[in-house]
Design a protein around this ligand. Structure first.
Ligand code: G4P
Length: 524
């Protein structure tokens, strides 16, 4: 058996909806033998155009629990691919999932280039120095010039890039990709299943074979472009990639399964082993003997027939074992898990043990909260699950004062699951819910009613951002709090937040209170 520490790779694919994340996921699973037929993943996906009907989305989300983590084996490695919801109203889920991975693959549509959602997600990865690879997809269609795209990636995503594969033409003229990592050209045949024996490979670029197969003009262009690449882009250094300083870029067409194998083969060679994680107390290394892990996602099934809640735990160190008591640090409580499961082959399966890099799903009756640490007894608090400023805000109105207790409990639990964020106004104690998308407001209302018997409605509130504030200067902070009380609130952890009505208001406040720091996320 290979050493479990060196045989795990845990990553996520991120993209703007429609760039091809699901298609790429599916091709990777096919390579790993985790699924046998195309379409298996697709049917589980939250349909992006579907709807703003959250019940429909919930139904699909229910199905997709099993595919939240898709583990597959490839070339002696166990690869954990963490799914991130495509629907942008669930962006916060995606941010949190990114805290549980060791690297990411960014998919970009060749015609659309870098889109907004990609920018946001990459920013989250960059903040944590997560190593990233870029896959430029849909080369079978007309799109932007490859050099222009590399520039765009560098500028918009603020990533230094170096191509490891290079396209020969695109759209109708797409003929293949030159693999700079392995120094060979693979020729493209639309809709064929790329496999080693079927793909025509040309190893020597100076041979006449190149002209024979791709034509004189394309051969000349390819040689010239490769020459330009050598002079413009630095040679690829694995260490720079692992430190998050440079991103290798690949080109291909996921739907045609072209260029995907190049990406995967390179990924298994260069992507990081399970990485250490920082806690408030110390750095925790995967090779430590004792188990530790953190909860990065909680999935509650809102279908009343299957009212189960599953906490997703990333194993950071040691070995997780079934039926062994573990310590839930926040509650200072020991818990045992008789049915933890893993996700091999896109199925839920009960597991007896799990290793660093693995994700285990734990049935939960309401004990867990996003960000919780679980250990063999040591008081560790894993860092790095920040809350980001919501985009939409509303006051909560209690429709049934007789059910106030239920309402408060319901809201508290839903916030623990990470459905939305709660802020309590400093001046009048009113509750404000902040979300990334409008959908969550319906989810909360529905769940409060069906799970807690409470009823709420909302009052619109026009806010630009929530900013977490702090200052090393206690007097300045005190003055700020006194003067701005009506715009201040506390978040779920009691941290002080300034609610900015507009970018302009925020700028004014920043100018008037230069000693106060304003941040769009809760943890640095
Ligand atoms: P997402 O998860 O990032 O949202 O994207 P998804 O994989 O669903 O892909 C979005 C659309 O782009 C799909 O078409 C998919 O077939 C198509 N696509 C993916 N890769 C390629 C590619 O390499 N070339 C081309 N030409 N298209 C690609 P759709 O019409 O939305 O869905 P479907 O009806 O094909 O399933």
């Amino acid at each position: 058996m290979p050493d479990p520490l060196q045989s795990r790779r845990t990553f996520a694919i991120i993209s703007h909806p429609d760039a091809g994340k699901t298609t790429l996921t599916e091709k990777l699973l096919l390579f790993g033998g985790a699924i046998q037929v195309a379409g298996a993943v697709k049917s589980n996906k939250i349909k992006k155009h579907a709807t703003s009907d959250f019940m429909e989305i919930e139904k699909q989300r229910g199905i997709s629990v099993a595919t939240s983590v898709m583990a597959f084996e490839y070339k002696g490695l166990l690869i954990n691919l963490l799914d991130t919801p495509g629907h942008q109203d669930f962006a916060e889920d995606t941010y949190r999932t990114l805290t549980a991975v060791d690297s990411a693959v960014v998919v970009i549509d060749v015609a659309k280039g870098v889109e907004t959602q990609t920018e946001k997600l990459v920013e989250v990865c960059r903040m944590r120095q997560t190593p990233m690879m870029v896959f430029i997809n849909k080369l079978d269609r007309e799109g932007k010039d490859a050099f222009d795209l590399l520039d765009e990636v560098e500028q918009k995503l603020k990533l230094k890039v170096t191509p490891l594969s290079w396209p020969v033409g695109m759209g109708q003229r797409f003929q293949g990709v030159y693999n700079l990592f392995e120094k060979k050209l693979c020729l493209f045949k639309p809709h064929h299943k790329q496999g080693e024996d079927e793909t025509l490979v040309i190893e020597k670029l100076d041979s006449k074979d190149l002209e024979t197969h791709i034509g004189t003009a394309a051969a000349k262009t390819l040689r010239e472009e490769l020459h330009t690449l050598m002079t413009v882009y630095p040679p690829f250094e694995v260490k720079e990639y692992l430190d998050g300083h440079i991103c290798p870029v690949f080109f291909g067409s996921a739907v045609n399964n072209f260029g995907v194998k190049e990406l995967l083969d390179c990924f298994v060679q260069i992507s990081p082993d399970p990485l250490p994680r920082q806690t408030e107390e110390r750095l925790v290394h995967p090779e430590e003997k004792k188990f530790s892990g953190f909860v990065f996602k909680i999935h509650a099934n809102i279908d009343p027939r299957h009212r189960d809640r599953i906490a997703f735990v990333r194993v950071v160190s040691g070995k997780f074992e079934r039926n062994k008591p573990y310590h839930l640090v926040r509650q200072d409580k020991d818990l045992k898990f008789s049915n933890p499961y893993s996700f091999l082959a896109a199925k839920k399966e009960v597991v007896d043990e799990a290793f660093p890099g693995d994700i285990v799903g734990l049935y939960d009756s309401g004990n867990f909260k996003i960000g919780d640490s679980i250990t063999e007894g040591e008081d560790l608090h894993f860092k790095g699950i920040p809350a980001f400023s919501p985009e939409q805000f509303r006051y909560v109105i209690n429709n049934n004062p007789l059910k106030t207790k239920q309402l408060n409990k319901g809201i508290e639990q839903l916030m623990d699951e990470g459905v939305a964020q709660l802020f309590i106004k400093e001046d009048n104690g009113r509750k404000i819910i902040g979300t990334v998308g409008a959908l969550q407001f319906d989810v909360i209302q529905y769940r409060l009613e069906h799970e807690y018997g409470a009823s709420c409605s909302y009052e619109p509130l026009s806010l630009h951002k929530a900013c977490w504030v702090k200052s090393p200067d206690a007097a300045a902070l005190k003055e700020f709090i006194t003067r701005r009380k009506k715009d201040l609130a506390l978040d779920k952890d009691g941290k002080l937040v300034y609610l900015a009505e507009s970018p302009w208001a925020l700028r004014m406040v920043q100018e008037n209170h230069p000693k106060i720091e304003f941040r769009f996320k809760s943890e640095e």
